[in-house]
Design a protein. Structure first.
Length: 297
């Protein structure tokens, strides 16, 4: 059947009025034009829809079947149109989001809540990945947007700073330095270190090692952990000390102590990243929410 939605709307008006003249007045069209629409619809469905006499207009059995089906057809058509418009506006569909653990422990929940409140039909698939992996996944279109840490922009990926926080020293809870309000970096020269593997975030790794070198020593790395939980567990076990962004103090892990470093301390940036060529409105909504939550928008 080649049926237009407009014809179904005309049919429903006539079926409601059971009078062609009144239906034409209701639709603000001429009666001949309305009658032509009904004849065209009847040809399309291959059946007479109304019995018309000089005294009354009644639905035929075929007309009663169409009266039952037409509202559902119009509803689904309108819903499909709304969904298409929402997708075009970035208000629906799927947004694939990556995040470092640092962001999940700090700003990411606020961003996600903001996007969800404004665009309840936009589904977000969130997974945790280190910065290096996210930069690759963004370039390869396996992520739409990412929350990364101390990353440099590339030809394929834009990186925008959201918030920065200083490094803290992380100590075993019973370490002598944990009794101090602040710790001088030089006091860590002979300590074993627990750090992130450099391939997971070269820029962040270089910030830490560069800070140590600025204070006259190269950190003696005795253990590495691919996630913050592993590293903090190693510190709690007395394997070594660590330098971490202050965001992780929010985790309040048992057996470790976070202490400020004295003097000038480097800051670690949390950033939002997306593909340069990505013009998705949904990505724009996420970036806008990230800027707002960070107070940069």
């Amino acid at each position: 059947m080649d049926v237009e939605l407009r014809q179904l709307r005309v049919f429903l008006a006539v079926a409601a009025e059971l009078h062609f003249s009144r239906a034409a007045t209701r639709l603000h069209v001429s009666q001949p034009a309305l009658s032509q629409q009904i004849r065209t619809l009847e040809r399309a469905v291959g059946a007479t829809l109304f019995d018309r006499t000089s005294r009354a207009t009644e639905l035929t059995p075929a007309g009663r079947v169409l009266l039952d089906a037409a509202p559902r057809v119009l509803f689904e058509a309108e819903r499909a149109g709304a969904r298409v418009r929402q997708a075009a506006e970035g208000a629906s569909g799927l947004l694939v989001v990556g995040s470092v653990g640092t962001a999940l422990a700090s700003i990411a929940p606020r961003i996600l809540r903001t996007v969800r409140a404004r665009f309840p039909d936009l589904r977000m698939e969130v997974s945790q990945h280190d910065t290096a992996a996210q930069m690759v996944m963004l370039a390869e279109e396996r992520l739409d947007v990412g929350l990364v840490r101390s990353a440099a922009p590339t030809n394929a990926v834009v990186v925008e700073e959201l918030v920065t926080e200083p490094l803290l020293v992380v100590l075993p809870g019973d370490h002598p330095l944990a009794r101090h309000d602040t710790v001088d970096a030089g006091a860590l020269a002979d300590e074993p270190f627990v750090l992130w593997p450099r391939p997971l975030g070269a820029e962040f790794f270089d910030i830490i090692t560069g800070y140590c070198r600025d204070h006259g020593f190269t950190p003696r790395i005795v253990a590495e952990g691919a996630d913050i939980e592993t590293q903090l567990s190693l510190v709690a076990a007395g394997i070594g000390v660590s330098l971490q962004p202050s965001y992780y103090a929010n985790l309040r892990p048992p057996g470790v102590a976070f202490r400020p470093l004295s003097g000038e301390v480097p800051s670690v940036a949390l950033q939002v990243a997306w593909r340069r060529r990505n013009r998705s409105p949904a990505v724009g909504h996420f970036v806008g929410a990230a800027r707002e939550c960070a107070g940069t928008g």
